[in-house]
Design a protein around this ligand. Structure first.
Ligand code: SAM
Ligand code: SF4
Length: 334
């Protein structure tokens, strides 16, 4: 991957002084699972394929971002491994000058098949959603099977993808008896573990809110069994880390609700239909697809992106105005 000194002076800074250097790119809003907090069972209202940004269009948008100082991109969805030829897209993006970190969020159902290709295409860091190690519970939460996910994780490890981070949404009454089991699993396999608070989004908002758990409680539970010391993880993301003493295990806590991290937000999101969302929890957006399909020049595209950053809201209001955002997480790109 090219880590040259491309456009080192360009940068996107929003009205609150936050430097935007990270794009989360949703390559599909479809998914082969139905995690109840993310997508309602039976949900079928997906974006039409002709509205999906093509790989050429995605490459143009990401190139424009990198020329404006964005150095990191994460592929997400929906389930990104469900988009055809995803390894080809990763190869094209990793070749962009200025992009020095391309990562992926996945449910790992198809990871067994794609791990080696992804590694060869230049992806190193992956995040894998895994809320339980119990097959029956996995079915209840996601509607799918646990086995392919565990196989995918083991193949990813063998393929040399690292670090592998497990994202576990902590849910009262659902998986709050499994935190230690997940710590042991991550210790055994040398994975990083991150807990996430459920966010009320779209039609799944009420279900998610019913099981909300403040991660301070999770940390307190873990501290009874493990010696947790302050830790860090490079990358500047929203997780606050601790480390289990005398091990390599880092545990991150992502607390959008109990302690929001909006003041250090460094990211924007592009959805599969080419909508640039300035905040996960707000509606501020700019539609890029019509501009791309009307033949916008590269310079004009960069001007649009720069102007869009001026619309970035100060913070989300999940706590004060739950239910405000009607989009599902799978639509925006989580
Ligand atoms: N399908 C991939 C996956 O599951 O990792 C990528 C997309 S998924 C939308 C990205 C992340 O969003 C996952 O870690 C998932 O647990 C999280 N997520 C989805 N809905 C959520 C919600 N309502 N609250 C908190 N996290 C959520
Ligand atoms: Fe699919 Fe990921 Fe949403 Fe689960 S969290 S339904 S795996 S997009």
């Amino acid at each position: 991957m090219n880590t040259g000194k491309h456009n080192e002076h360009a940068s996107l800074v929003d009205p609150f002084g936050r430097r935007i250097e990270y794009v989360r790119l949703s390559v599909t809003d479809k998914c082969n699972l139905r995690c109840f907090y993310c997508m309602p069972r039976g949900f079928k209202d997906f974006e039409q394929p002709e509205h999906w940004l093509t790989y050429n269009e995605i490459e143009r948008v990401i190139r424009a971002f990198t020329e404006l100082g964005v150095a990191r991109v994460r592929l997400t969805g929906g389930e990104p491994l469900g988009r055809k030829n995803i390894a080809e897209l990763t190869r094209r993006l990793t070749a962009l000058p200025g992009l020095n970190d391309l990562s992926l969020s996945t449910n790992a159902v198809l990871l067994d098949r794609y791990a080696h290709d992804l590694h060869d295409a230049g992806i190193s860091r992956i995040n894998v959603s895994l809320d339980t190690l119990k097959p029956e519970r996995f079915r209840t939460i996601t509607g799918g099977e646990l086995r392919p996910v565990l196989d995918g994780l083991m193949t990813a490890k063998k393929a040399g993808l690292a670090p592998i981070k497990i994202n576990m949404v902590a849910m009262k009454g659902i998986n709050d008896d499994e935190f230690e089991d997940m710590v042991e699993f991550c210790l055994e396999h040398d994975f990083t573990l991150r807990f996430i608070e459920t966010m009320p989004m779209g039609a799944t908002g009420e279900d998610a809110a019913d099981h909300y758990l403040d991660l301070q409680e999770v940390k307190r539970q873990l501290a009874e069994s493990y010696d947790l010391i302050p830790g860090v993880m490079p990358g500047g993301g929203p997780a606050r880390y601790v480390q289990v003493r005398n091990t390599n295990l880092r545990i991150g806590f992502i607390t959008p609700i109990s302690q929001h991290f909006c003041e250090s937000c460094n990211r924007v999101r592009v959805s599969v239909d080419g909508t640039l969302y300035l905040c996960l929890g707000q509606d501020d957006k700019v539609e890029l697809r019509p501009l791309l399909r009307a033949g916008i020049t590269d310079d004009a595209l960069k001007a649009v992106l720069t102007e869009a950053i001026a619309l970035k809201p100060e913070k989300h209001e999940f706590r004060d105005k739950p239910g405000q955002v009607v989009r599902l997480m799978s639509m925006t790109g989580g």
